[in-house]
Design a protein around this ligand. Sequence first.
Ligand code: 2NL
Length: 349
Amino acid sequence: MPPLSLRKLKAEIDAHRAKLAEQSAAVGDSKALEELRNQFLGRKRGAVTLLFEELKSVKPAEKPAAGQMINALKNEIRETLAALEARVKASAPAAREIDLTLPGVSPYLGAAHPLRLFEREIESIFLSMGFSIEDGPEIETDYYNFEALNFPPNHPARDDWDTLYITDQLLLRTHTSPVQIRVMEKKKPPIRIIIPGKVFRHETPDPTHLPMFFQVEGLVVGEGVTFAHLKGTLEHFLRRLFGERVRIRFRPSFFPFTEPSAEVDIECLACGAKDPGCRICSGTGWKEILGSGMVDPQVFKNVNIDPERYSGWAFGMGIDRTAMLAFGISDMRHFFENDLRFLRQFALK
Ligand code: 2NL
């Protein structure tokens, strides 16, 4: 093998020097630094060790000069590594510098959705009055959603523009009343139930409409149940929900499944019935909050309950709509946009 010339050795050393400069720029932590130290100064396969082995094939007369060149490289490597070590140390805080007196970072635990919180509040009021909670399918038949409830065949609510049909006979329930029908088919009076749940309408989303929303309906059936029970129970419910002093009024109304029927308004909580220009109540001072009535005898006949012996009352209320009033929310879509800046305002602390 021909002897290794000084020129060739110098080229090799220069190549290492360039590599050192390039790689040291990329070192960010102590692990990378140790890898670099090993690559250049490792005892067995480090670059410097290998260069000293090549020294054997340098001509004896050139050995001292060759040795000095390698030693010079070795010193440069050591200086570079020492500088890198100082840089890595400065960027990583030492363990003893952690301030143990700082408060910890508490994880965000999540919280019930505002509509769920409001639903629970409604449920607990009715539970305290001896009602139980029922539920049922969201996909219903035409019979349970309309026919059993005494909707005539050509009632406008049956129109495709209000109801989301799956087939001619299957649809997404437009109210939770079908659950009351199912309960009355199975259980005989006395019945005291509420049914909170999702309902669906063919609507384009806007500040006050959504194609899916929540509703709660209630039903009481027994012997000697009168409109006085309807009025007393709903008044008590609304005072528990909105405060003892809230003003309440009953207005005559119409539903296919109740006779007589009444809608219930509460005073406008946004303006306190004081602002003729109020956008929430259009200056009327009142907000419609629920619909109610005495169960139509025809509905009892449809479920084989004897209307001569039993009577009952029912109501229906939009949960989203009522929660907007209670919390002062101006756009229903906030409930379903999953914006944490909105949702966190309702988290129970
Ligand atoms: C409203 C009005 C109402 C009912 C729902 C009902 C259910 C059966 C029999 C009779 Cl099974 N009535 N439910 C009664 C009156 C009104 O809802 O404005 N809902 C948002």
